[in-house]
Design a protein around this ligand. Sequence first.
Ligand SMILES: [Cu+2]
Length: 296
Amino acid sequence: MRTLRPHDHTFFRMKRRGLTVTGLALACAVALSGCGESLSRGLLPHGVTDQTGRITNLWNGSWLAALGVGVVVWGLIFWCVVAYRRRKDDVGLPEQLRYNVPIEIFFTVVPLFMIAVLFFYTARDESALLDTSKKPDVTVNVVGKQWSWDFNYVEAGTFESGTQAELTGMPGVAATLPALYLPVNQRVEFVLTSRDVIHSFWVPQFLMKMDIVPGKVNRFQIKPTEIGTFQGKCAELCGTYHSQMLFQVKVVSQADYDAHMAALLAQGNVGMLDNSLSREKIEPGDQQYLPKKVGN
Ligand SMILES: [Cu+2]
């Protein structure tokens, strides 16, 4: 037996292996302690509306189903590779299966069944998420424009007009972004319109986004369930400064919401901003300006 000295290759190899193992163990520990909650929601962001539980369940159910199918398929592949490997004394081709009706029926019916299950849950959740039949407490007309956002608060008869974010790389940019205020635990309806091209209204922590299409009105409702500040962005490539089309969502108490509406009115933001390509004049307090629901 010989002792290891620093100039031995084996010494370095062992030392390196020790470091790798320690690094891996550390990474695992950090991942397991910090990401337990994140893993339980399938690595989605922490949801902050009354709909995010449903969306997380659909997401988790879908990928668990896909993983289940994956495990069965990988298992069958592995089994075939081992059980039907070519032996030493094998000659010619193995037995060929052609026009095997039971097998063909099997591999037609099983995928159809899987698609039907995924379709059922997707359709069920989609119709719940896109249901706008309830009367909202607050209606916000979100207007996408190159490259920022306007927010028309319909009931309060006021608005905020955003300007394109200047990404300086320095702290403090967040404070310059347009802020969409929402009262906590109130039903909010977003009425999405565009002033120019296609945009997409996306608040990652709502786990929901919807396209904003010129000449069309898209809507959805949510109830924000958590007070806080969340990031929002455009999720549809809409031109040169698409990446700077950022905003913030501030979910606040009803009292703070009312105070913010009053502050906007006091600034002189009375009425609504143009919200469509036609740029019709909108009278203060006039709710008729809102484009009619599609299909109505
Ligand atoms: Cu955009």
